[in-house]
Design a binder for this molecule. Sequence first.
Ligand SMILES: [Zn+2]
Length: 456
Amino acid sequence: MELKDLVEGQRDALLGTLRESIRIPSVREEDSSGYPYGANIQKCLEFMLETGKRLGFTVGNLDNQVGWCEYGAGAEMVAVLGHLDVVPAGESWSGDPFSGEIRDGKVFGRGSMDDKGPTVAALYALKALKESGLPLRRRIRILMGTNEETGSADMKYYLANGGEKPVMGFTPDGEYPLINGEKGIVNVTFSHRLHQPGPVRLKKIFGGTAPNVVPAFAAAELECPGEMLGQIRAALPQKTVCVPISGGARIEAQGVGAHGSAPEQGENAIGRLLLALNDLPLEGELKETIRFLAVKIGMETGGESLGIALQDEISGRLTFNLGTIEGDETGLSCCVNYRYPVTKTLADCDPKFQAELEAGGFWVEKQTHKASLYVSPESELVTKLLRVYREETGLPAVPKSIGGGTYAKTMPNVVAFGPVFPGDEVREHKPDEFIEVDRLMKNAQIIARAMYELAI
Ligand SMILES: [Zn+2]
């Protein structure tokens, strides 16, 4: 029988396993179970490994962080990287988020698309490949992670504790056709102490909710002589207002929210507030601090005035988002999220940024970094996967670069491939998450052929 028919033959079993896995609410919990991410994630991992064993695979489990099902022989291994943890259900579901019910040809439930559906599809695609008896020269391992949604510590653990690295692989936890470039992502929190001689003193400043979100609102409370209010009002630009408060004024700035990977689609309220404050008659350290932030960052979205406006042809320009600010009379802290082009490195931008911060009198409280990812379109991995995609769908197969980061970043030699088809709405992390049974089976077909191509 052909591979295609063997995959189709898995339909009922695949759906049964997927629905059962959705019924385990594998949301991260801090509980007393002793398992790394709580009892429910553990239960889902054990269920999947039991299923894998029943299907005749070799199974493994590295300290309940990452499990796998493997088939084949050979020194080299190719991997499919999926995850079993899900984000919390949240509100506004029209049914039970953990029932796995099938309605109108769709499987509903948290994890149906992200990422239990594709992971279970990979498991049964491997079963079909095993049944086909097609000769392979590499082993195929379906890696099942348990912590993708809250930090990917699972894969860090796997790599740090002797987990075998694939020679090639993909994660069906992104989109089609294929993502071969992901920008490097840096979060930096930096602070400045404030000695305020007056007469205008900053009492409080705040704005933003997270580093990777363009803030839509920011405000500062100033202590100042009453007669100054008129002067402050006159200096304020558009989309900022001055509200009198006891002993001074509150300045509020409006912005437009957007995702931090596309800051040019929003308007940064913190930047706007800083520009407004910079026009006020401030003095001393307060004046210097605000001036630095207003002049070096302001409402810029590309790090231009910081001298880190990198770009490349593949992924475009570095994006820069001033995500949060908070402070009081004694000091203030900011957090930025910036994303550098896929062919650049941290060394191309971080030292420059750090030097600017230092020159401005700031110190860095905290920094996190996820390196960029880029796999050549001419590589064996990308050419094989794109050929499978083109042949299975008849659609154009041009790889893309994104500003976000996928699970692919956690494992060497891996790119994101599927499960979302071009033009389909984004459903992961939303109420009524679902996957069409047809799309699920299409994924199984693509994954089966992709695994085969990479393993021969
Ligand atoms: Zn995911």
